[in-house]
Design a protein around this ligand. Structure first.
Ligand code: ADP
Length: 253
């Protein structure tokens, strides 16, 4: 087990309906999973709850041996301690890359390992160079973000997240700002990382990406309504909502 979510509930203040209504899923170590669902299904809320940017009231999050419980279930102090432990195991890659513009690709990848994890410059640089090379950026390490394509920037952002050695890496729509040709290089990077035994969770509405992963979960009204390999869920889904979602995506082209 690497990321296990059990019975997560989240109700936003002022919203009469809970957004997450007992969300549960269990993702084995080293798997690459796409989280799909129509707009409003609760995907972003799930992501924000898992990374600790949003509180959840009830339920349990288990990340590589660290447990985080809901705000209704533990004291604020306990929860803060649980979140601190969980954050050390989590990485997040944003749709808009969020690279530091004044730092090179390499410096983007060494900053947090040195300043947050206390690694030596030499050790951080060795790891960052290895990661950037593995993601096909060996020739681009000393370039600044504005000298890189969107796909290259996203791969630097992925290398930067991996440099912190997370057990679980989450992505928020990582390909949605990219042209189809650049998308393909980011998708192949995600698949290569898969071999590193990092558990990856990708929130996406990109059918090309969803088809390329090994496992998909479909969310609707704050729960997982079905999950399995894309060859089953995206071809012969059990649920009407999944069929509707697929038809809408195919119509979009
Ligand atoms: P998705 O990412 O699948 O599009 P979200 O997690 O963004 O879905 O939102 C799911 C639902 O949660 C929305 O339809 C909305 O009703 C509710 N919601 C999201 N954010 C807020 C908020 N800040 N305040 C109140 N309700 C919210």
């Amino acid at each position: 087990m690497s990321l296990k979510v059990e019975g997560l509930t989240r109700q936003y203040p002022g919203n009469p309906k809970p957004t997450l209504q007992g969300l549960s899923f269990d993702l084995p170590k080293g798997t690459l999973t796409a989280m799909l669902g129509r707009s409003g299904a609760g995907k972003s809320t799930m992501l924000r709850c898992v990374v600790g940017l949003e509180p959840f009231e009830r339920g349990t999050l288990q990340i590589e041996g660290v447990t985080v419980r809901g705000t209704d279930e533990v004291s604020a102090q306990q929860r803060a301690e649980q979140l601190r432990a969980a954050r050390a195991k989590l990485g997040l890659v944003f749709q808009s890359f969020e690279l530091f513009p004044h730092l090179t690709a390499l410096q983007n990848c060494t900053l947090a390992p040195v300043q947050v994890k206390g690694l030596s410059e030499a050790a951080a640089e060795a790891t960052a160079k290895e990661l950037l090379s593995q993601l096909g950026l060996g020739e681009r390490m000393n370039h600044f973000p504005d000298q890189l394509s969107g796909g290259q920037k996203q791969r630097v952002a992925i290398a930067r997240a991996l440099a912190m050695d997370p057990a679980v890496l989450l992505y928020d729509e990582p390909t949605s700002a990219l042209d189809p040709s650049l998308k393909a290089e980011v998708i192949s990077s995600l698949k290569r990382i898969d071999e590193r035994h990092v558990t990856q969770v990708v929130v996406t509405h990109d059918l090309q990406l969803a088809r390329a992963v090994e496992h998909v979960c479909v969310l609707d009204q704050g729960i997982v309504i079905e999950s399995g390999p894309p060859s089953k869920v995206l071809v012969n889904p059990d649920h009407e909502s999944t069929r509707t979602l697929l038809q809408a995506w195919l119509a979009e082209g």
